[in-house]
Design a protein around this ligand. Structure first.
Ligand code: K7E
Ligand code: CUA
Length: 629
């Protein structure tokens, strides 16, 4: 590829590496990855040049996106990486689910990470959020909740794999999740949505609900352990942090503590609960907490009247909670009310010192439309709220809404744009950080109805891309998505530094390497079969197109662990290992070690093969296991 031709699209790290990669791969003859330069590619480069001016969603063949999008995979239990603005799906990161392609949930490495919940292969992910430093994405981790099994996972962004999964004790159904933004992500904050008896030991009843509570959870982001929990009144929904490192806020519905739908929506008002981080940390230090359910996690009492929290009344059943990127406001979307409640963060010190009443912290409550769920922001003082019932995005000006609240005659609504259909979350490029850039808005629409070819009764969702760089929002792309991306974030590509090869000493497979060492095996050199009673460990290297061991023998009923180390040093040359008829397969990335364990319960010859296309002789990359009866 010609340097000059590519200069209009120079990406900090990717392009240079890509040229090298193409060159190397071509030498190895590793398949049809080298496309000749076509007229279409030249014209797409010219297009890329124009993109800079027009904010076009068009990303031509061979051109790279400006943003990494991290998408929740909803009930699939995974996280997906999309390129934005092309909306091309680049990768799937299995998290709570089991994944046939990578062996996630099957390999010993992933089972160790899944820990006590390794037997659970379902999840319901909603809220992916990246770690920050001083209110800006730092490219280190993405955190995600699992509402279905009360878990929180961490994804390492250098390898784009899940590296920690925590089952949160005492709580039930982790829903809203965000990170501390300032000074850095020391804590991940998340809401246990459903109220359960404290303790939940089988002695409580369905009738007496007086001990039922929902918990706000503060998790140490590095250790991935619960630092403390705060017990509240009502059901916590969504949450966000300020830009001062002082307060967290959560929407809280069902202040009635009802157990049925009818009971949950009787009160005219519910709350935004604000948590004082300093007061909570001081209470933990002073020992002002209780423990429950036989574990030692400190649970603070943040119920109404507590010094740790303030309950700000807002119209009933609020849902989204979003901090404006200028650090001034928490915004709670009304859901059942057509309003967004704007809380002044500056007033929270006075509220906590009882100098003002809770409602005084609300400085405006603009009406934006029916069914407001979530709000996103640009860099020009505008907010974008999804209207679930109206199937629209309302663009409104925050200062105008505050002025209108104070009696000035201004129309704060800038535009309403139809989306298709029924949007839940929306998210702007960098909009939950100080770097909000006002370029793109994604509307995560829950229904696609007639927007795509019908594919049976189950339809995709529709993630719509909207250009917000001009005065008017413009819908530019429909993106079908499988179940069900609640939320997404967009991170500028300059923030991301993913590895091209695995570091040989990566902690991801360190325990497997340690096991090999105990067996006297250097996984980067040796090909060995070790018998240890009924357990057999098979250590083999792989380098395209051959496994280091092409035949081995075990006895019927042996527990066999196959450890494969990929010695290829070429980007993108991933091998696989699949033992036919045994339900095991996995991916081994370049320079990685991976292992999988199964019972040799079928006598006879069993072929194993590489299930990731790696070479012209990939089909021949296989070997035999003889199971002796
Ligand atoms: Cu609104 Cu789970 Cu963030 Cu869905 S939640 S929309
Ligand atoms: Cu190795 Cu295919």
């Amino acid at each position: 590829m010609n340097e000059d031709d590519k200069s209009s699209n120079s990406v900090e790290l990717q392009d240079e590496g890509r040229r090298k990669f193409f060159g190397k791969t071509a030498l190895l003859g590793a398949g049809a990855v080298v496309a000749p330069m076509t007229a279409a590619m030249f014209s797409s480069m010219a297009q890329a040049q124009r993109n800079k001016i027009e904010n076009s969603p068009h990303v031509g063949p061979g051109d790279l996106d400006e943003y990494y999008g991290f998408w929740s995979g909803g009930q699939s239990g995974e996280v997906r990486i999309l390129g934005v603005p092309s909306m091309r799906e680049l990768m799937r990161i299995p998290v709570f689910n089991m994944d046939s392609a990578t062996g996630w949930g099957l390999t010993n490495e992933s089972k160790r990470i899944k820990g006590e919940s390794a037997h659970i292969h379902t999840g319901d992910t909603h809220h992916p959020h990246m770690s920050m430093t001083d209110g800006r994405y730092n490219g280190k981790y993405v955190f995600i909740n699992d509402k279905a099994n009360t878990r929180v996972a961490r994804i390492r962004c250098d390898i784009m794999k899940t590296d920690k999964i925590l089952t949160v004790p005492n709580a039930h159904a982790i829903h809203g999740l965000r990170v501390q933004k300032v000074p850095y992500t020391k804590y991940v904050i998340c809401n246990g949505e459903y109220e359960i008896p404290m303790n939940n030991d089988g002695k409580a009843s369905l009738e007496d609900v007086s001990t039922y509570r929902s918990l706000f959870n503060v998790i140490d982001a590095e250790k991935m352990e619960v630092a403390f929990q705060v017990m509240v009144d009502g059901n916590l929904d969504n949450t966000d942090a300020d830009y001062d490192g002082k307060y967290f806020a959560s929407t809280c519905y069902n202040s009635e503590m009802g157990m049925t739908l009818g009971e949950m929506i009787t009160a005219e008002r519910d709350h935004v609960v604000v948590f004082s981080l300093a007061r909570c940390e001081a209470a933990v230090k002073a020992g002002n907490f209780k423990t429950y359910n036989g574990n030692d996690v400190p649970v603070l009492d943040g119920r109404k009247g507590s010094a740790l929290t303030r309950y700000i009344p807002v119209p009933k059943s609020p849902h989204g909670l979003n901090t404006s990127p200028n650090g001034e406001y928490f915004m709670a979307a009304g859901k059942l009310s057509p309003t967004v409640s704007i809380i002044s963060i500056k007033k929270l010190d006075d509220l906590f010192n009882d100098k003002i009443k809770p409602r005084d912290a609300i400085i405006a409550e603009p009406e934006v439309g029916l069914g407001p769920l979530h709000t996103a922001f640009d860099n020009k003082g505008n907010a974008y709220t999804t209207l679930f019932l109206d199937s629209q995005i309302a663009k409104w000006n925050v200062q105008d809404a505050i002025d209108a609240h104070n009696g000035k005659k201004v129309n704060y609504i800038r535009q309403k744009l139809d989306v298709h259909y029924q949007p839940g979350h929306n998210h702007t490029s960098l909009g939950e950080t100080r770097d909000a850039d006002g370029k793109w808005l994604v509307s995560l629409s829950k229904f696609s109805k007639d927007r795509f070819l019908p594919v049976g009764p189950l339809r995709p969702e529709n993630d719509q891309l909207i250009d917000i760089s001009g005065d008017e929002m413009k819908l530019v792309h429909d993106g079908p998505a499988f179940a069900e991306p609640h939320d997404c974030i967009m991170v500028h590509r300059s923030t991301m530094k993913p590895f091209k090869l695995w570091p040989r000493d990566d902690p991801f497979f360190a325990e497997t390497i340690a096991m090999a060492k105990k067996d006297g095996v250097d996984v980067y050199i040796d090909n060995k079969v070790i018998r240890d009673g009924k357990k057999v460990r098979v250590y083999m290297t792989s380098i395209a197109p051959i496994f280091g061991i092409t035949e081995f023998k075990v006895k019927l009923g042996d527990e066999v662990t196959v450890v494969v180390t990929n010695l290829d040093q070429v980007e993108d040359v991933t091998h696989g290992f699949c033992m036919t008829n045994h339900g095991v397969q996995m991916e081994i990335g370049p320079q990685a070690t991976a292992s999988i364990t199964f019972i040799a319960d079928k006598p006879g010859v069993q072929w194993y093969y590489c299930n990731w296309f790696c070479h012209a002789l990939h089909m021949e990359m296989r070997g035999r296991m003889l199971v002796q009866a």
